[in-house]
Design a protein around this ligand. Sequence first.
Ligand code: EPU
Length: 420
Amino acid sequence: MESFLIKGGVPLQGAVEISGSKNAALPIMAATLLTDEPCVIRRVPDLSDTRFMVEILESLGAAVMFENGTVTVHARKIRGYADYELVRKMRGSICIAGPLLARLRQARISLPGGCIIGARPINLHLKGFAALGAKIKIEGGYVDAAAKKLNGATMFLGGRAGPTVLGTANVMMAATLADGVTVIESAACEPEVVDLAKFLNAMGAQISGAGSPTITITGVKKLRGAEHEVIPDRIETATFMVAAGATDGEIAIKGGCADHLRAVIDKLNEAGVSVKRSGADMIVRRKGKLKPVDITTLPYSGFPTDAQAQMMSLLALAPGISIITERIFESRFMHVSELARLGADIEIEGPSAIVKGGRPLSGAPVMASDLRASAALVIAGLAAKGATQVNRIYHLDRGYERMDEKLRRLGARIHRVEEK
Ligand code: EPU
């Protein structure tokens, strides 16, 4: 297993190029199953998760090529079965269910199960499929969805924590080939849902309202091949912004989208980190001392849960008390005890973390528990005095393209080493 060895205390300086969005690319890659014609997707980040989606598509019978950020998929003939070994490795693989159901009228997929950040049920995905007329059976750890015919329907997809991103994606994809009109109420408004709708429309689907809580899909008989460029990764962008603020650096972000990051930029400003547009770039720099900030994670356009851990590392450096409340996932505070090993003073009370910021951080060996927790530990290591070893960075490689290389180009002293 590999680790990052970081020698902290260097302010980040220079420019960083943002990759395509992992969470937009995954459902878009799955959507290529909806047509027997070839599709070309550009700006796909080279990550273990996207490589894994390639494997899944291939296992379903598609011919796939992934070269220089471009994925070409030709799903001429496919099968509708994804086993446990495939699905358990990546919860996001559930987004193949909608396309399989639409194209083959049946899908048999292993239930993904929970993960370290929470239970992650798929009841809302299944509720949407059932509303379209699919019969759902759960047996032996598998979910079977089958329908002679899918019929458009009006449905409410809001859940305990609000809308569901991949649930919305799945049902939207299934509805593209249904008979009649589907209306999804309480749909997720995330930019990744909008990007997927754009790709589906390029394939010939008729979707309107994506990006709002009401999405309308008028079913069509067939979808065709299409080309698409994936949107920039807003969470990678947020991560580099926070890293610049935490190290008291100044960086230019290239190829990011500020409009997708209003909540993050607003909180960074409040914390004393300025983000200014300069042509197509964003310039991120610290404005004097860091200040404490209260944050609650929410569905888009609220503060993203995927940037919560990184922001906690920054706020651990801000003198005063910050309260971070996690409203999307029930156990997404695994980074707290590892941040404590670096000297941070953070207490968990129910869904909130009370960050008593301002204590100096000092390097230590720490263990990454999930993707965004890993990013938080890297940021804390960059800001800490001395050496930090972040172990188990395979979590980080799932969602950040060449993060160590990008950080080195910004002056960070970070190296990939074999874990001892
Ligand atoms: N939920 C249900 N029932 C469902 C589906 C979800 O109760 O059927 C609950 C979840 O348990 C959670 C909330 O609804 O409490 C939101 O979950 P959502 O379905 O929106 O999450 P997701 O679609 O499975 C995607 C991203 C996550 C990101 C969340 C929230 C992908 C591949 N994953 O997951 O990304 O945190 O949306 O924005 O798009 C990450 O990149 O690190 C990551 C975890």
